[in-house]
Design a protein around this ligand. Structure first.
Ligand code: C2E
Ligand code: CA
Ligand code: CA
Ligand code: CA
Length: 276
């Protein structure tokens, strides 16, 4: 009896140890990967209503030592929990800047580069500095930056976020609300943050053509955005029917596998040159 109690408590201790040490381990693994520059910026083209590339969204990929590509859904939550998401995002900027400078001639006019920004990053004035440094070497109006913040983790408005937004605004950096329709952005919030783009979440776009009530919500979101003078991006467009529908409802920025999948920088360079 005693030994089975001892065994049970030993197993219990091991179990608790594993749970407690997991975040620590994840953090160590991510930190090592960051040191080895294993986080890569991939790009997914955003197109206009003629299907021509007019921008791109940066989507992070982890290319580990076995050259396996790991999807962000697997590591972004841990990166956010540990705060490492901030240096990880920053590590993408230099290769992106280099790539865009090398492909300036192939870039369409008014090219918008969108970057996903976590709420931690948005509570730090250094974000403005990073954007300034990023834009600095580009000829005026060659590109603009857009910071995507997801509606699922709304940012609390404080004097710091006000100042940050003011500085970003002054240098022409745009703000997009990502995954729109899945969270709880109020009209106040949209106004306070002087939002430039709403990205309608894929879960709404893929109800287009079905009798689901979400399909009519797509219309409601588009109309609301029009009234607020905010541009709409349709996310997760996977077929012609969805594309035609949102274009008919005057959405002029589209993103989805129907047009382009996320690809490494080199590949995106080829796309740009083919699109010339
Ligand atoms: P997201 O910001 O909503 O990005 C769009 C996701 O939808 C991407 O997944 C993209 O590959 C996928 N997607 C695009 N078009 C289609 C389509 O037509 N059909 C389908 N089924 N999917 C489509 P991905 O690259 O796996 O990224 C997942 C999420 O991870 C992103 O969702 C974003 O929340 C997060 N993430 C990715 N990169 C970063 C980053 O650098 N920083 C932060 N903070 N989060 C990131
Ligand atoms: Ca996004
Ligand atoms: Ca999204
Ligand atoms: Ca999403």
């Amino acid at each position: 009896v005693i030994s089975s109690v001892a065994l049970a408590s030993l197993l219990c201790a091991i179990f608790i140890y594993q749970i407690l040490s997991r975040p620590y381990k994840t953090k160590t693994v991510l930190r090592k990967a960051l040191k080895r520059n294993e986080f890569m910026p991939w790009l997914q083209g955003v197109v206009d209503k003629n299907g021509k590339i007019c921008g791109a969204e940066v989507l992070m990929r982890w290319q580990n030592r076995d050259n396996k590509i790991i999807s962000p859904d697997i590591f972004i939550p841990a990166a956010e929990e540990s705060g490492l998401i901030v240096p990880m995002t920053s590590s993408l900027l230099q290769p992106l800047q280099h790539f865009l400078l090398q492909n300036l001639e192939a870039l369409p006019a008014d090219f918008v580069l969108s970057i996903n920004i976590s709420k931690f990053h948005f509570q730090d004035m250094r974000l403005a500095e990073e954007c300034r440094n990023f834009l600095n070497p580009f000829p005026e109006k060659a590109i603009s930056l857009c910071l995507e913040i997801t509606e699922r983790e709304l940012i609390e408005q404080t004097p710091l976020t006000d100042e940050l937004l003011k500085q970003l605004h002054n240098m022409g950096v745009k703000i997009a609300i990502d995954d729109f329709g899945t969270g709880h952005a109020s009209f106040n919030y949209l106004k306070a943050f002087k939002v430039d783009f709403l990205k309608i979440d894929r879960s709404y776009i893929n109800t287009i053509g079905t009798p689901s009530v979400s399909a009519s919500l797509v219309d409601i979101i588009i109309n609301m955005a029009k009234k607020l003078e905010i541009d709409v991006v349709a996310e997760g467009v996977e077929n012609k029917e969805q594309a035609d529908y949102v274009i008919k409802h005057s959405v002029n920025k589209l993103q989805g596998f129907y047009y382009h999948k996320p690809v490494p920088l080199l590949k995106f360079g080829e796309l740009l040159n083919n699109d010339l």
